[in-house]
Design a protein around this ligand. Sequence first.
Ligand code: SAH
Length: 391
Amino acid sequence: MFPQLVLKPKKERAFVHRHPWIFSGAVASVPELENGEIVEVISHEGKLLGYGFYSPYSQIICRVFEFDPKDKIIDGVYWKGKISRALEIRKNLIDFSRTDCYRLLHAEGDFFPGIIADAYGKSLVIQLLIKGTERLVEELKLAFMELGFEHIYLKTKQSSQILENINEELTWLTDPVDLPVVVQENGVRLKVDFEKGQKTGFFLDQRVNRQLAGKLSEGKNVLNTFCYTGGFSVYALQGGAKVVHSVDSSKDAIAMCEENVALNGFDSRHESFVADCFDFLKAVEPYYYDLIILDPPAFAKSARKVENATRGYKELNMLGIKRVKPGGLILTFSCSQNIDKLLFQKIVFGAAADVGRNVRILQHLGQPLDHPVNIFHPEGEYLKGLLLYVE
Ligand code: SAH
């Protein structure tokens, strides 16, 4: 038995659509509760509808993790079951002999709001995004260990402010592992540092798109902007690129990029630059590159930033479209959740129109299968991209 959160009349209708977020306006009454407590969600008529995490300081007052509450007991076995199902999906669809880094839990996408968990071999990096999952940390740790993970690192930096009182010391939940770890992605070897790196250490969401970049690279001059630790660059080199140039404003990222290039046995065809990508693109020789990769950080981190972000994406895509060789390709991405597929395509359309070159969309790109989108929570679809052919 958990405390009860009672919805206003008719508000249970949203439950039919299984959207995991309950907004504060939908709630008739809640007892005095602590942040992160598990609650029973009750209709106005008194029916048990589901279970969720209570977040009193957020507009999203409850995140529902269970819509079929009948006969469910919410305990350690329950959480382990959720994680096991997510693992099973990955095991069946990813070739673990060539890829040992993947997203194990994608929050709402795996019907587990408030947690992201990325696997790097036997290590797991978790981000707890709400107090509700933070309170479960011991049970989760046990479940992950039972499923074979030996080292668990809790990454707090990118988490929401709800974690304001989390103990910064609490990072390794198990014995630590020496960093960076070396993982494999489609047979490519990569060094990942959870502590110093961005997000959980690596952008696992670009795995399939990196593979595509590799296939497109043979004999090409490739420019990888916003290269971070060089994922796209290594694939391009492996794919037979003539030249690969990697650009990032972070010195540490470029250092790791060079290490990753060397780790895979390449270097003579590769050069890297610590620079602002906009400045770099403005200065490059026009028509030198056959393939340009534009994978910037999220320019629109909130809905309020969409307008500025739109300008940023447009400028970036204009630079790429202007500079790429006639008959060249561009892989362009946005990971801003607030800019949807259609808006992104409109932005790139605007860029192409302003530059005045013919541009074909060859392919629409997105996030891979270990970043699933809960069909009831389309907000979980954030990564979008286009493969462009520029005349
Ligand atoms: N494409 C990468 C992920 C990109 S993350 C991958 O596949 O792994 C975004 C990167 O952009 C970060 O490494 C950050 O340091 C860099 N960055 C952000 N703004 C930049 C700018 N104006 N110029 C150059 N690099 C920038």
